[in-house]
Design a protein. Sequence first.
Length: 74
Amino acid sequence: MQVEPHPLLAVTTLTREECVDEEDYEQLTEFGRDFRTAPTALHDVHANLSIGNMGFEEYAARAADDPGEIYRSF
């Protein structure tokens, strides 16, 4: 029997002061300031955030769509 590894917690460091205005902050945190990710998907998250290919909010939105609220992959 294979046990699924525990998901990891990803947390944004974005602050209101870094945003243009309140609307910008609300848009970037619409799906929360954190999300869970499967350990196997962590490299995908890290790589794309590092190069600016995707934003934190896109991963948070994808996790919110998952029944277990975990980002697994695109």
